[in-house]
Write a protein that binds this ligand. Structure first.
Ligand code: GLN
Length: 541
């Protein structure tokens, strides 16, 4: 029998509910309890794939090609699981599936209503994750905050689950914020009381309240919340803002949350072993020499757009005992001010992105990296930019481009595949998810991976144009990763450069705090000048 932990949020959004969920997952996993996770998003988009980063932040891509909420990235990194499309549910998906059933005639004669049809469809999704993952515990995070009109069906569904699967198999965790009033120097519990009241009004009494705060939470405050919200005092769990998010599982375990959860859900009461995680966090916390790395992108003012890239850099830096110091550089600023903004960095990352704005600034960054032997890692769009810049140099022309940015270019070095030209729809029509990539022996990519074939996650429409392979290879570009039949270029790199690698895929999604992604690891290795001897393979001609 699968057990469920339903996590809701109160008071305000963005208090770190996703990190809390991910941390509970890690705590359970440390007790050898298998976990899966699901995120419910109340918006009507089918997935965040069509949303602007300004609306949504990063789109996290799963191995099976779902475009999902960035919280899935936290879950994967903390729990070290590969999630699937079933872990990401939106109101849009629920409604489109019900409407498709209605059109097929599945409900013939019936009136379709929120209760029971919408609620049943939501509950079916909970069971689907349970069945697919075969996990002992499924943790479900309800997006938004309690009381939002659009989130109501999700709350009703989690309420019904208690009688569907039995009280003993369901736990409700509520994550709230305790605001601090500087005038009186105190933390306030009233908003928490109100949001718990709101939950109760819908029929849910939380079992655990996780209190987020920027200031220490006194025993009196815990007592007060326990009394007014009618929860066990042990179940009021303080969670202070932490400088390193990976410390959260340790803090929650220390506060007794792991013990509480296994007791309340009657799970095996083994002690958790977080020692490896502990070592990792200790290593991250130690002061280390900073390593300045630029992320050159279009949306850098929105840090949430590049969460997985930032985390992958952190994992790699921790591996090399360095502190990453990210310089967020708007590519448009490079267009205006030239490459002077890059003078102080030791490595450059150009992450994924869409649209023409800022592209020329990224080309400036790629040129600077190539000419000055600065390590460069191009992720999807970052590889396109690297190829464009290289082609401009080899062909001695400013015109090579991607047809995404210039349809008329005489040198479309990045282009759509012929079969993609016919695709009109925008949602879910990219090359998405994990595809195999064969590594070419003797290249930097192959030596980083130490494997012959890897599976990496994609999210793009445009590809390296094979018509230019010969020209660019003769110029010195090395195609170091190819699709199995050799038709698609998955990785390209520069010969005679410490590390200039571009990937058609997004390696950042597979990086884990305890297992940095090999390409990020070697990129940081090169940037900090410690790439091991053995890694300096000669590149093929
Ligand atoms: N805009 C490019 C494409 O669609 C790159 C996408 C990306 O960086 N994820 O191919």
């Amino acid at each position: 029998m699968t057990k469920y932990i339903f996590v809701t949020g109160g008071v305000v959004s963005s208090v770190g509910k996703g990190i809390t969920v991910a941390s509970i997952g890690r705590i359970l996993k440390s007790r050898n309890i298998s976990v899966s996770v699901q995120k419910l998003d109340p918006y009507i988009n089918v997935d965040p794939g069509t949303m602007s980063p300004y609306q949504h932040g990063e789109v996290f891509v799963t191995q099976d090609g779902a475009e999902t909420d960035l919280d899935l990235g936290h879950y994967e990194r903390f729990i070290d699981v590969n999630l699937t499309a079933a872990s990401s549910v939106t109101t849009g998906q629920i409604y489109s599936s019900i409407i498709a059933q209605e059109r097929r005639g599945d409900f013939l004669g019936g009136t379709i209503q929120v209760v029971p049809h919408v609620i049943n469809e939501i509950k079916r999704r909970f069971r689907e994750v349970a069945r697919e993952s075969e996990a002992s515990v499924v943790i479900v995070e309800v997006g938004g905050t309690v009381g939002d009109i659009e989130g109501l069906p999700f709350i009703e569904a989690i309420r019904q689950m208690r009688s569907d699967v039995g009280r003993e198999n369901v736990l409700y965790v509520h994550v709230t914020l305790l605001p601090y009033l500087s005038s009186t120097g105190e933390l306030k519990t009233k908003p928490t009381q109100h949001s718990v009241n709101e939950l109760r009004r819908i029929g849910i009494q939380p079992d655990v309240i996780v209190c987020r705060s920027d200031y220490p939470i006194t025993d009196e405050i815990r007592d007060k919340i326990a009394l007014f919200c009618d929860v066990d005092r042990r179940a009021v769990v303080p969670l202070l803002t932490l400088p390193i998010i990976y410390e959260t599982p340790l803090v929650l375990e220390e506060a007794g949350l792991g013990q509480l959860v296994v007791e309340m859900l009657d799970l095996p009461r083994l002690n958790g072993d977080l020692s490896e995680w502990h070592t990792l966090v200790e290593r991250m916390k130690e002061p280390k020499e900073p390593l300045p790395i630029a992320i050159v992108g279009k949306y850098v003012e929105l840090r949430d757009s590049y969460i997985s890239v930032r985390e992958a850099l952190r994992h790699a830096a921790a591996y090399h005992n360095r502190d990453i110091e990210i310089h967020w550089i708007r590519s448009e600023d490079l267009e205006r001010d030239g490459d002077s903004l890059l003078r102080c960095v030791q490595g450059i990352v150009v992450p994924g992105g869409f649209g023409v704005r800022g592209i020329e600034g990224m080309v400036i960054a790629a040129r600077y990296a190539r000419e000055n032997q600065i390590p460069y890692l191009g992720l999807c769009l970052g590889m396109h930019v690297m190829v464009i810049e290289y082609a401009r140099q080899v062909l001695n022309s400013p015109e090579p481009n991607s047809t995404e940015f210039d349809l008329e270019t005489p040198y479309p070095v990045i282009d759509l595949l012929p079969e993609q030209r016919a695709v009109q729809e925008k949602g879910g029509t990219m090359r998405l998810g994990g595809y195999p990539c064969h590594l070419i022996k003797g290249t930097r990519a192959a030596s980083a991976y130490g494997e012959n074939v890897v599976y990496e996650r994609h999210r793009h429409r445009f590809e390296f144009n094979n018509d230019f392979r010969g020209t660019l290879e003769r110029g010195g570009l090395v195609l170091s990763g190819l699709s199995p039949e050799g038709r698609l270029v998955e990785i390209s790199e520069l010969r005679d450069h410490p590390f200039m690698v571009g990937t058609q895929f997004h390696p950042e999604f597979r990086s884990r705090p305890n297992r940095p992604h090999p390409l990020f690891r070697d990129f940081i290795g090169a940037a900090s000048g410690v790439l091991r001897e053995g890694d300096q393979h000669t590149l093929p001609l």
